[in-house]
Design a protein around this ligand. Structure first.
Ligand SMILES: Cc1cc2nc3c(=O)[nH]c(=O)nc-3n(C[C@H](O)[C@H](O)[C@H](O)COP(=O)(O)OP(=O)(O)OC[C@H]3O[C@@H](n4cnc5c(N)ncnc54)[C@H](O)[C@@H]3O)c2cc1C
Length: 467
């Protein structure tokens, strides 16, 4: 949806930007090599490509296919309902907007809720298994984020919830717990899994360990016959209002945070309650739920990993998920840049389209360069994605999300008064991208995490510090 704009005149409009040579001019960058030698032409020829697809050619075929599919799904199912869900009234726990339900159903059927495992367990094609799942996830969330931040979070938080089960490497758990989840999603009956670490008194501490030594655990597990009783509260849990199960991290009774253990909780268990959902500034299509657990019984065989292994599992999960969070930021930056470009082409000022003003061109060039640089950063840090490391994951997360916000601000600057209007999309992207700087650890805490992982090298005076 776009607001009526002063449209650039369609006839008699120049075929090139003011101050630049037309593309068919002998001196234009595309044609100046026309009369060059064969070798020269071969070396200097370049195809005219779209702004974001220059890396398609270098992507392995299976990943390029995956990205195309994700883009098609996002454009067909996410973008058309993004505004409706953003502006919809805040719903109480237990209620879900019909448009979000329809998206979840279709996403499940198409395999977007089960792509972390190859067939026959999940929906990922075998051909992509040669590459880290983080790469696919990054490609997918970039496309989803470009279409709608809220729906992207709704779909992605489910994978975050399932991640501890996958990372525990327990085949019995994967078959017993994750397989039914994936089957249900593929049937069009979405079974979402939430990831629950944040507690009213513990956000960053729980994610990175800063302050964990003195932290009083908010959810505590007490032993009982055949299992454990969980008591306490978790907050800001994405999708927690709709989830049928959750990976809940809790400390053991009488022990500190070092005893953190991950429990796979059935949300239909007696004592489990969604206390409320938050009205967030952005990403509104995804609920942020406060979960209340009162003597929720969890049998022994639903401990994910092992007792007291929760801390490691949490860190491993976040190391795997922060690179995709950086990719979400790329998606937002792309969306903001595309909107600004479109605006600059259509909006006229002083009788010509905005894009013909040189300072607007400088502005747009910076936005495009920033966005492309962010994508390069993501793939640079994702090279080690078979064994994701805190250093790479935190760096990519904080830098990409910070810079993406800057790109969105530049779009707001360019659109001026139109930027503040909902119809132009930029203000929504601006609200959505802001939240990526908070979740999965605030960006300040991610900076500390990066340094924490690097400290051994930084403090070892005998070793040169290579970056
Ligand atoms: C949209 C959204 C979705 C979310 N989804 C989930 C989810 O699905 N599951 C889940 O468990 N949580 C989720 N969260 C919660 C999120 O992970 C936390 O909000 C985040 O980790 C920050 O924690 P906090 O809000 O408790 O801030 P706090 O940890 O209380 O931090 C407060 C301030 O102190 C700073 N700070 C903290 N520690 C240090 C330190 N050692 N040194 C210097 N500064 C410090 C922080 O940077 C921040 O500025 C979500 C949050 C949002 C906004």
């Amino acid at each position: 949806m776009s607001a009526p704009l002063n449209r650039a005149p369609s006839s008699g409009a120049p075929s090139h930007l003011d101050g630049h040579l037309p593309a068919d001019h002998a001196l234009s960058p595309q044609w100046q090599y026309r009369d060059f030698s064969l070798v020269g032409r071969f070396l200097s020829d370049y195809p005219v490509q779209d702004l974001w697809d220059t890396d398609f050619a270098r992507l392995p075929a299976s990943l390029a296919r995956q990205r195309r599919r994700a883009r098609t799904f996002a454009e067909q199912y996410l973008a058309p309902v993004a505004d409706e869900l953003d502006l919809a009234a805040h719903l109480p726990p237990g209620e879900c907007h019909p448009a979000a339900v329809a998206v979840l159903r279709e996403a499940g059927r198409q395999g977007w809720l089960s792509y972390f495992l190859p067939r026959p367990l999940g929906s990922m094609p075998w051909s992509t298994l040669r590459y880290p799942a983080i790469w696919q996830c990054s490609l997918i969330v970039e496309e989803f984020g470009r279409a709608c931040g809220g729906l992207m979070l709704l779909l992605s938080a489910h994978h975050l919830g399932a991640m501890p089960l996958l990372l525990s490497g327990n085949a019995r758990h994967i078959v017993r717990h994750l397989l039914p989840v994936y089957r249900s999603c593929e049937r069009g009956d979405p079974h979402l899994v939430a990831f629950a670490i944040t507690e009213p008194g513990a956000g960053s501490d729980a994610e990175d360990g800063h302050g964990a030594a003195t932290l009083q655990p908010g959810v505590v597990a007490t032993p009982t016959a055949g299992g454990w009783l969980l008591n306490g509260r978790k907050c800001y849990i994405s999708g927690g209002d709709l989830s049928k199960s959750a990976t809940v991290f809790a400390a053991l009774q009488g022990e500190g945070m070092a005893s953190w253990t991950c429990f796979y909780v059935d949300c239909a268990s007696p004592g489990f309650r969604v206390a409320r959902t938050e009205l967030k500034m952005g990403m509104r299509a995804s609920g942020a739920a406060e979960l209340e657990l009162t003597d929720v019984f969890v049998p022994h065989d639903r401990i994910v990993g092992a007792l007291r292994q929760g801390w490691a599992l949490n860190r491993a999960t976040l190391n795997a998920s922060r690179i995709p969070v950086a990719s979400m930021a790329v998606g937002f930056a792309r969306a903001a840049t595309e909107t600004a470009l479109e605006f600059a082409r259509r909006y006229t000022l002083g009788g010509k389209a905005l894009i013909h003003y040189q300072d607007v061109q400088l502005h747009l060039a910076t936005m495009v360069a920033e966005t492309r640089a962010l994508r390069s950063l993501v793939w640079q840090e994702a090279r080690a994605a078979w064994q994701p490391r805190q250093l790479h994951a935190s760096l990519a997360k904080f830098h990409a999300t910070d810079r993406a916000q800057l790109v969105c601000e530049m779009a707001m600057d360019l659109l001026a008064d139109h930027g503040g209007l909902h119809e132009q999309r930029v203000e929504k992207i601006f609200r959505d991208v802001r939240l990526t700087r908070i979740f999965e650890g605030t960006n300040q805490v991610n900076r500390l995490s990066m340094m924490e992982d690097w400290q051994a090298q930084l403090l070892n005076g005998d070793q040169p510090v290579g970056v």
